[in-house]
Design a binder for this molecule. Structure first.
Ligand SMILES: C[S@@+](CC[C@H](N)C(=O)[O-])C[C@H]1O[C@@H](n2cnc3c(N)ncnc32)[C@H](O)[C@@H]1O
Length: 320
């Protein structure tokens, strides 16, 4: 029986990316209908803009659902509570703070995490405010049901002064703006309406981010979508201050097991066409390691991801 259950789990896991592509595809007709209704024929006739509008529609709907699963990793990551790819109770290093670049902000799924509001409710320990205690709600599932418990957790967050949310897909900006407003971050969180490859190009957007001026870079499930990743990761490295940190939660190429590597490569023949150009087979950890000299790297694969997952992740922090 246990073997049958395991086979079923493996099969479901292998089918999962196809289900996800099907889900994304189901948003295509609605996108076309909306564009026709709005008389937006320019977008309809441009394959790249149509793909952006489609992805944006799908992601608006999907992002909060993603957060239900990924939030248990991303939020501790940004609070400094991960090590070796695992989430831990107490901070293993500093959390986000200061000036931040969020790459691929999308519809603003994580914007509220940049709000300092929860920090206001915390008692700062130490003059730098580096250690802050936070009350979070944990949901524990018992045989008899689900129970919410108030639990003290440490967070190593620091106050945030500025966030540059880099998002080239303008179709996502309305949702992103809504989330900025809801988080009370107007005036702190600025949308940078270009790809990271144009961050340094004054002809593309009005603002400017100085090289060597950024305390933290946050990348959540977006390095799979950027163009010329090796070159652009090196560029982004240049924006970090000495001691600055890059918080990363990304899906990456599978490196072990030829069968799953081949399967991942096969799925990737179709995947980018359904998911806004997202690539499954990028060795992002290696490219980040090569982006420049790091003082410390604390990154790993979450332990609960088994060998049959087509989208294995890396979770952790690179410190310059
Ligand atoms: C899978 S979505 C993730 C969005 C968000 N981080 C989240 O977790 O909900 C990837 C995002 O990367 C953005 N992206 C694509 N190319 C980019 C580029 N060149 N620079 C910055 N972001 C880019 C896409 O527009 C998209 O919003």
């Amino acid at each position: 029986m246990a073997i049958l259950a395991q086979i079923q789990e493996i099969l479901l896991s292998l089918v999962n990316p196809w289900q996800f592509m099907f889900l994304a595809a189901s948003w295509f007709p609605g996108t076309v209908v909306r564009l026709v209704r709005d008389g937006n024929f320019g977008v309809l006739l441009s394959p790249s803009r149509l793909k952006e509008a489609w992805f944006s529609n799908f992601w608006d709907w999907f992002a909060p659902r993603l957060r239900l699963n990924a939030g248990v990793r991303v939020i501790p990551l940004l609070e400094g509570r991960t090590t070796g790819g695992r989430v831990v109770e107490e901070p293993a290093g500093p959390g986000i703070g200061g000036t931040i670049i969020e790459i691929g902000a999308g519809s603003g799924n994580w914007v509220d995490v940049f709000s300092d509001k929860p920090l206001g409710q915390q008692a700062a320990v130490g003059s730098s405010g580096a250690e802050m205690r936070e009350t979070t709600t944990d949901t524990t599932t018992h045989r008899g049901g689900t129970e919410k418990t108030q639990k003290k957790k440490s967070s190593a967050r620091k106050p945030i002064t500025r966030v540059y949310g880099v998002e080239p897909n303008r179709d996502q900006h309305a949702a992103l703006r809504r989330n900025i407003k809801a988080a009370g971050l107007e005036g702190v969180y600025e949308i940078v309406p270009v790809g990271i490859e144009h961050l340094d190009d004054p002809t593309r957007w009005d603002g400017r981010v100085e090289k060597g001026s950024v305390d933290c870079i946050v990348s959540v499930l977006c390095l799979c979508s950027i163009p010329e990743p090796r070159e652009n990761l090196r560029e982004l490295y240049g924006y970090l201050k000495k001691g600055g940190r890059w918080y990363v939660y990304e899906h990456v190429r599978r490196d072990e097991g030829w069968g799953m590597r081949a399967y991942q490569a096969f799925v990737n023949l179709f995947w980018p066409h359904f998911l806004g150009g997202c690539q499954l087979c990028r060795p992002t950890e290696q490219w980040l390691r090569e982006a420049g000299p790091w003082e410390k790297i604390d990154v790993g694969h979450p332990q609960d991801e088994e060998w049959h997952h087509t989208l294995p992740h890396i979770l952790g922090v690179f410190t310059k």
